[in-house]
Design a protein around this ligand. Structure first.
Ligand SMILES: Cc1cc2nc3c(=O)[nH]c(=O)nc-3n(C[C@H](O)[C@H](O)[C@H](O)COP(=O)(O)O)c2cc1C
Ligand code: SF4
Ligand code: SF4
Length: 362
């Protein structure tokens, strides 16, 4: 392959290894010595600044039909592109049903590409890449055989993409990108909801079942420092709002102890959907009927939304703290675990990527 660039800087987020696998393929295809992999994680060490002869790539999973918050934040932080070239690969949830059912990255690539353009990069390629779905909080993990089928096809897609963009050509126009664009526009409100609320709710569904040995591996390997080992005898992992739901802890816990609780999801739904602003408003009007006109108009709507938003986050936090202490009681832990579907699900991780690949970089 002819190479039009001297160096390749790959910015990579990965929970269960799919995006890291794709990034490593790209680095190999670029050729020896030319590629640097920068991890998108809690800690931010300023990556090398690109020059005119370097290519920058973003490779990350799709979450909620868009780019994870960590990727958006990272794209806003990196050095300016000053006219250098860039591309975006969003891995997405492929499923094998005797044929490949593609996932939908929707706005994931476009949001990231737009931010890169604002930072002075010239976008040369966009690609949604089907890898096995890793969302095992939601569904059963794929069988190793079917996962391998999808990974083998993804490798071919990456080779095609690399042949184009590393030789200086572009990759924009495809049926795949057209479907993603339409999906991105149609699902924009779901993606906004995911970034504003969904990801915080998902973070607070995780807990450790009774098999947890307090080894602390999940806390050490979480790319976003979102797990705290709390309590004494036993110390158990506690999930903070910094969690990006990347599924790393769930996929790599040696005891298969990380669960995402379904009963807790139902409780959070009921507590979270109670409208505090409406209840407060009705209560004030009952006390002072003369104030019934207050709060009408756009200003009032904004205040009501802000009150509700704060209420939802605080309610998630409080319900989770209560839950965390309840599941420290062995009998309660067993009860919740047997009622939680993830207890029966297979986990997923990319077959060639081990836990060490996340802590040792590259
Ligand atoms: C919380 C969450 C949300 C997801 N949302 C989507 C989605 O909207 N569309 C999609 O195609 N895949 C979605 N996926 C699947 C992942 O994007 C996909 O499996 C990806 O390859 C995982 O990459 P990683 O192992 O590098 O983290 C989601 C996965 C998770 C955990
Ligand atoms: S949940 Fe798993 S990885 Fe985390 S401390 Fe418990 S056993 Fe270790
Ligand atoms: S807590 Fe688990 S799911 Fe959340 S970001 Fe960390 S490793 Fe990923």
């Amino acid at each position: 392959m002819t190479r039009s660039y001297d160096s390749l800087i790959l910015h990579v987020m990965s929970g269960t290894g799919n995006s890291l696998r794709a990034a490593r393929w790209l680095a190999d295809l670029f050729g020896p010595g030319g590629a640097t992999i920068v991890r998108i994680a809690k800690s931010y060490d300023a990556p090398p600044a690109p020059d005119r002869n370097s290519m920058t790539g973003f490779v990350f999973p799709t979450h909620g039909f868009t780019a994870p918050w960590a990727v958006i934040r990272h794209a806003m932080r990196i050095p300016r592109g000053t006219g250098s070239d860039a591309f975006v690969v969003a891995t997405r949830a492929g499923t094998w049903l005797g044929f490949l059912l593609p996932g939908l990255s929707a706005s994931a690539m476009f949001v990231t590409a737009f931010l890169l353009m604002l930072k002075g990069y010239r976008i040369k390629g966009l690609r949604g890449l089907d890898m096995p779905s890793n969302w095992t909080a939601l569904h059963w993990g794929m069988s190793p055989k079917n996962a391998q089928r999808i990974i083998d096809r993804a490798r071919i897609d990456i080779e095609r993409l690399a042949a184009l963009i590393f030789s200086g050509k572009t990759h924009f126009v495809s049926i795949n990108n057209f479907v993603e664009l339409v999906g991105g526009i149609a699902l924009a409100n779901i993606s906004a909801g995911y970034l504003l609320i969904g990801r915080f709710a998902l973070a607070k569904l995780f807990y450790a079942n009774w098999k947890c040995t307090s080894c602390g591996l999940c806390a050490r390997e979480c790319p976003f420092g979102a797990i705290r080992m709390m309590g004494t005898d036993p110390k158990l992992p506690y999930w903070t709002f910094a969690c990006e739901s990347c599924m790393h802890c769930m996929g790599y816990c040696p005891e298969k102890a990380v669960e995402a609780s379904h009963p807790l999801a139902i409780a959070m739904f009921y507590v979270g959907t109670f409208s505090l602003a409406a209840a407060l408003g009705a209560w004030i009007i009952r006390l002072q009927p003369g104030l019934s006109g207050i709060g009408a108009g756009p200003g009032g709507a904004f205040v009501r939304s802000a009150v509700n938003y704060a209420y939802v986050l605080v309610s998630f936090f409080l319900v989770y703290v209560l839950f965390y202490y309840l599941v420290r009681i062995p009998l309660v832990n067993r009860l919740f675990t047997y009622l939680t579907l993830t207890h029966y699900y297979r986990r997923y991780r990319e077959p060639g990527i081990g836990g060490k690949d996340f802590t040792e970089g590259g």
